[in-house]
Unconditional design. Structure first.
Length: 383
């Protein structure tokens, strides 16, 4: 009995010493792994033995990795170094067939998606830009915007800075008010969720436009040629262009005009300022009767006291200065006068014999204040 008790005590003491020695060795191994220099280390990956066979030899799986000497030592053995070696397995478990199964990996690249490398697509989209067709414009002018270096199928949102937006790839926009505008494009390439904002590098300057306006004043006074005065009320104009509706144009600020035929005429005023911006306005003018100086179509200088001379009937009633000239069909001057009391009597300069019967051309230049109004017609000399 005593012998048995001594044998049991010896076995107990020996087993305790065995387990204490094993724990100490494992602790030392852990410390060695935790303090290893990360310059070049060899990691032994050991699988745990099958619990049903404690005597089985472990199946070693060894992988060598070279780490950059940039960081402090770490117990985390899986490090991303950007090399192909770092992409391999650095920690694992042993499967029942004795192989090593990876459980963690560090990848240095970006996995391509269905549209290629998304990181590269996003980088490409940041290089995209746009340009306007002009950097200075007038209110109402169309400005075109063109995207450069942008892949097809991208998403766009334009902010024109005046409260207007567009989702077109290359939109056209008209700024209606003068001012300085910064246009911003928010965009994303196809398949990339990142949105990039691209403000314009230069401002779009919209200049002030002139304001075209005028009043219509009819002038019909006894002894004067009936006319229409166009009184400009334009603001900020440098030049003027009038289309008076009957084929007559004027560049005066406030012109006068005599309409020969009754009717309704559309008068258009176009004005331009120093920056080249324009404005236009139109009004209708109604003329109630013809004005042609009431010249007779023929006369017969035969001395019978009836139609023996030629003078437009309106001229004696006008106080306006004028000049009457009569030509033959070859352009030779037959007669001229500035006195309404001295009509043409059918002779060259009203002297000598009568000229041959036929058609003659008459021209009257009237002083209309701002210029000269010219009237023409034909008269037939009969015997």
């Amino acid at each position: 009995l005593v012998t048995g008790m001594l044998l049991a005590g010896a076995l107990l003491i020996g087993g305790t010493a065995y387990f204490l020695g094993r724990d100490s060795g494992s602790h030392m191994a852990d410390e060695q792994v935790g303090t290893a220099t990360p310059t070049s280390m060899e990691v032994a990956v050991t699988g745990q033995a099958d619990q049903g066979n404690p005597q089985a030899e472990p199946a070693p799986a060894t992988s060598t990795t070279t780490a950059e000497p940039e960081a402090a030592p770490s117990t985390n053995l899986a490090r991303k170094t950007g090399t192909a070696t770092a992409d391999r397995t650095v920690a694992g478990t042993t499967n029942r067939a004795g192989g090593s199964t990876p459980v963690n990996s560090a990848n240095s690249g970006t996995q391509p998606g269905p549209n290629g490398n998304k990181a590269n697509d996003a980088a490409a989209s940041t290089g995209a830009g746009f340009r306007p067709s002009v950097k200075e414009a007038c209110p109402g002018d169309a400005v075109e915007f063109t995207v450069e270096r942008m892949s097809e199928g991208g998403i766009y949102l334009w902010n024109f800075g005046d409260g207007s937006f567009s989702n077109k790839p290359n939109p056209q926009h008209s700024f209606t008010k003068p001012g300085t505008y910064q246009v911003t494009l928010s965009m994303s390439s196809a398949g990339v969720g990142t949105i990039h904002n691209k403000p314009s590098s230069d401002m779009i300057v919209v200049h002030e436009a002139p304001l075209a306006a005028f009043n219509v004043i009819k002038r019909e006074f006894a002894g004067q040629v009936p006319s229409v005065h166009f009184d400009s009320r334009t603001q900020g104009a440098k030049s003027y262009h009038w289309d008076l509706g009957d084929g007559t144009v004027s560049t005066l600020a406030s012109p006068d005009h005599t309409y020969r035929k009754k009717g309704t005429y559309q008068v258009v005023l176009t004005v331009t300022n120093e920056t080249g911006c324009e404005d236009r306005t139109m009004k209708e003018v109604r003329i109630d009767r013809d004005f042609d100086l009431a010249a007779p179509a023929s006369f017969s200088p035969n001395g019978d006291g009836k139609n023996d001379s030629f003078m437009p009937q309106a001229l004696p009633n006008l106080t306006t200065k004028f000049k009457l000239a009569v030509y033959d069909t070859a352009g030779t001057l037959m007669y001229s006068t500035t006195d309404a009391s001295r009509p043409w009597c059918g002779k060259v300069h009203n002297q000598g014999a009568l000229v041959a019967p036929g058609n003659y051309v008459w021209v009257v230049d009237l002083d209309a204040g701002q210029g000269t109004e010219t009237f023409t017609g034909t008269v037939r000399l009969e015997k």
